[in-house]
Design a protein around this ligand. Structure first.
Ligand code: ADP
Ligand code: ZN
Ligand code: MG
Length: 488
């Protein structure tokens, strides 16, 4: 490997424009595998979720999982692709211990969907293709015996349905790549085709990176950083790769087209093998599967099942509920969260207040309890009810902050809690005036200070009144009464 300084200076990097294209593998959330009935469940004992088909035993024939096809098509639609009414499976031949068939069943010339785009930070990132394929198994390098290291193969994963999403080389920064992946993950989660849980290997990314002098017309030679399993690592690996390539070029070297691996501990990429070419795989049409045809009726049914995508929802929240861009972004992060917010907003009659409660008190309570929004003990309807009560003046904002944790602890409706605990906004102005009068009488020194121009003591009086009413008084009303009393 090149022994030249392997990271360029910021000045050197500034002379170049990075070009990035991503290849993303996503596990479809079917219950069973793509070509057999074995479960896709995570965490089973090694080699228990297997059968002759996914073990690649001679004579076993694949049967395509209908649901996997529908999910792949939905992904294509979400990425604004053209869905091919006929697509074809192909064998991609290579040898690896965790690939018992000796080939991967993938799609090559005719993928299920192609030519789409995703909008990221106001810019369209082209989607080259979406194709279906089966996953390989897992090699585990562990265990020592007589100082020999053993490698074990777990074939539970073989035959897990995947889609591969390939982008055009349209990304220009690691930040754009990160934003693209975030958008992609959200969209796939919304439409229910993948949980995209990276810790379970459900989303893996290869980053293709090249650099060219700013203003140059042609792309530079790319290197592909393979198998990145977190968005943060994708970003770090791309940044490192840009700096490495610039350093090579600046010292008169050439970029090799190759696959590299990223080591996050060292923040370095290293060469893995020279990039294989398509002919190395000897792709040929899969003889055990007929071409996949998607008729109009089937297509229409799949289309009817599509739900609103996060980008559309974000725009709608800003338009219909007057949310700020940032809040809309936060509240559409997951479909569960955006569903919750929308139901609460509708029930409350005050969407911006609903946004504040969901992102504030509710988010904090869920975090502390280690719970997801989907199992929030406070339903969106009840949160909306609480907000509506504040709006009607039946509960003060301060009191609501006390009622909410009780709703969270019990799941009860705000009215029930207020009744049970004797918590009610003090709307009886006579009673409130009496309390204020008592406080004024009991604190002559502070009254003098106020009259002498030290208006900040008003806060002291309001505090006393809130204490005396256990937070049930409307602080604003208290302030008004105080001012009128002390003006005399
Ligand atoms: P290969 O034949 O080497 O697999 P492809 O043309 O299929 O290359 O592209 C694979 C990925 O690499 C795509 O995401 C594509 O956008 C990206 N890519 C292609 N050329 C470049 C380049 N010069 N720089 C960065 N990315 C590139
Ligand atoms: Zn099987
Ligand atoms: Mg390729």
């Amino acid at each position: 490997m090149a022994s030249i300084a392997n990271v360029a200076s910021p000045e050197q990097i500034a002379k170049y424009e990075p070009v990035i294209g991503l290849e993303v593998h996503v596990q479809l959330s079917t219950r069973t595998k793509i070509f057999c009935g074995c479960p896709t469940a995570f965490g089973a004992p090694p080699n228990t979720n297997v059968c002759p088909v996914c073990l690649g035993l001679p004579g076993a024939l694949p049967v395509l999982n209908r649901l996997a096809v529908e999910m792949a098509i939905k992904a294509g639609l979400a990425l604004r692709c053209r869905v091919n009414t006929t697509s074809r499976f192909a064998r991609k031949n290579y040898f690896y211990p965790d690939l018992p068939k000796g080939y991967q069943i993938s799609q090559y010339e005719l993928p299920v969907a192609e030519q789409g785009w995703v909008e990221v930070e106001g810019k369209r990132i082209g989607i080259t293709r979406v194709h279906m394929e089966d996953d390989a198994g897992k090699s585990m390098h562990e265990g020592f015996r007589d100082s020999d290291q053993y490698t074990y193969v777990d074939l539970n994963r073989t035959g897990t349905p995947l889609i591969e999403i390939v982008t055009e080389p349209d990304l220009r920064t690691s930040g754009e790549a990160f934003a693209f992946l975030t958008e992609l993950k959200q969209a796939l989660q919304y439409i229910g085709v993948s949980a995209c849980d990276m810790e379970k290997g459900q989303l893996r990314c290869d980053a293709n990176v090249s650099v060219r002098l700013k203003g140059a017309e042609t792309f530079g030679t790319k290197a592909e950083v393979k198998n990145l399993n977190s968005f943060r690592f994708v970003k770090m690996a791309i940044d490192h790769e840009i700096a490495r390539q610039v350093a090579v070029l600046e010292s008169g070297g050439r970029i090799e087209q190759e696959s590299r691996l990223y080591n996050p501990d060292l923040d370095e990429t290293f060469g893995m093998r020279s990039k294989e070419h398509a002919h190395d795989y000897r792709y040929f049409p899969e003889p055990d599967l007929v071409p996949l045809r998607i008729g109009d009726e089937w297509m229409a049914r799949i289309q009817a099942e599509m739900v609103e995508l996060p980008a559309g929802r974000r725009a709608r929240f800003i338009r219909d509920y007057g949310l700020r861009e940032y809040d809309a972004q936060v509240l559409t992060a997951t479909r569960d969260l955006s569903d919750f917010f929308e139901a609460a907003a509708k029930a409350s009659g005050d969407p911006r207040a609903a946004a504040n409660w969901v992102m504030g008190d509710l988010a904090a309570a869920l975090k502390e309890a280690g719970q997801n929004i989907a199992d929030s003990p406070v339903t969106p309807e009840r949160l909306g009810e609480l907000i509506a009560l504040i709006g009607k003046g039946e509960v003060t904002g301060k009191l609501a902050k006390d009622v909410f944790p009780k709703m969270f602890a019990t799941g009860d409706a705000p009215r029930d809690i207020m009744e049970r605990e004797g918590l009610k906004a003090m709307s009886d102005s006579g009673a409130l005036e009496k309390i204020v009068d008592e406080i004024v009488a009991a604190n002559p020194k502070q009254v003098e200070q106020y009259k002498g121009g030290k208006t900040t003591v008003l806060a002291f009086f309001v505090g006393q009144a809130m204490k005396a009413t256990r937070g049930q008084a409307d602080p604003q009303a208290v302030g008004e009464i105080l001012k009128s009393r002390m003006a005399r």
